[in-house]
Design a protein around this ligand. Sequence first.
Ligand code: FAD
Length: 317
Amino acid sequence: MKVTDHIKNAKRTLFTIELLPPLKGENINSIYQAIEPLLLYEPSYINVTYHREEVVYKPRPDGLIESQVIRKRPGTVSIAAAIRFKYGIDVVPHMICGGFRPQETEDGLIDLHFLGIDNVLALRGDPPKNEKAFVNESGGHVHASDLVHQISRLNKGIYLEEDLLHPTPTDFCVGVAGYPEKHSESPNMETDLMHLKEKVDAGADYIVTQLFFDNRKFIKFVEQCRAIGIKVPIIPGLKPLSVKNHLNLLPGVFSIDIPMELVQEVQKCKDNTQVREVGIEWAIAQSKELMQFGVPALHFYTMGKSDNVCKIAKAIF
Ligand code: FAD
């Protein structure tokens, strides 16, 4: 079922989670171990992130250093399909522009369509590690809105090859990313919102946000979206803070602020076990307030570890 149908049919705020594929070589059981404790809280759908290739430098036997292009977390589509068929839960595989030509994207969408997966989160992707700016493949998409356009066209049966004998339309429900505290590359919030609207106008059915810790920023973001005519559902993305170092890492990586009250609570902690508890309490309070605000779903970034999300789900559902 599509994410938008889950939202339409919902009798409560939806509980949804995001997982990342295990590191190459690891077992898919780590994914199942993250999911199974959460089944009790009936996740409506599960997102699976996509990780682009990156350049790594490895020492050679002759002492020189060799660069290799590798993908550290492959398997998004197969993990999504495995979850779908093992648990009967809907899945939302992520698709990115980075590293793909439109023909390859089309083939990926055909794979999903044949697997009966009718949801996709359309993203541009970040620049590869060690590179400052995003560069598209030759002929590849530059912005997520280009990818949304491609999916919308496929939903109308318009393939890249125009002379196909039986161009079956796909039927994807498309989500896109939104940034309550602005995307890091955007010169200002207004410009970022304008580009978000372009994604919706290109056919996106809903928005799921970057993580945030201050609900006021999310509420303002929703108001700003509505003011410029964005009418699709907006789903908040939440990540429970879990280690002290998050205070230093998260603002830089995700271009977000951490409220002073949360910073002070974390600084008082003696160790990361205590930090994890503070993160859980903060996320519970955030979730309760967002439910009162009337959000259609709460989307939790698990980073592959679900014990804290489990405690949050237990407290709120
Ligand atoms: P875009 O919508 O293309 O926006 C990127 C920047 O370009 C913004 O500053 C925007 O304002 C600007 N822009 C957009 N359109 C135009 C235009 N026409 N002209 C000029 N500027 C424009 N990354 C992954 O690699 N894999 C994942 O699985 C993944 N999952 C994510 C899930 C969520 C919910 C979120 C919020 C992010 C995720 N990301 C993921 C990270 C995401 O790829 C990065 O944040 C990336 O830098 C931007 O992606 P986007 O889809 O928002 O891009």
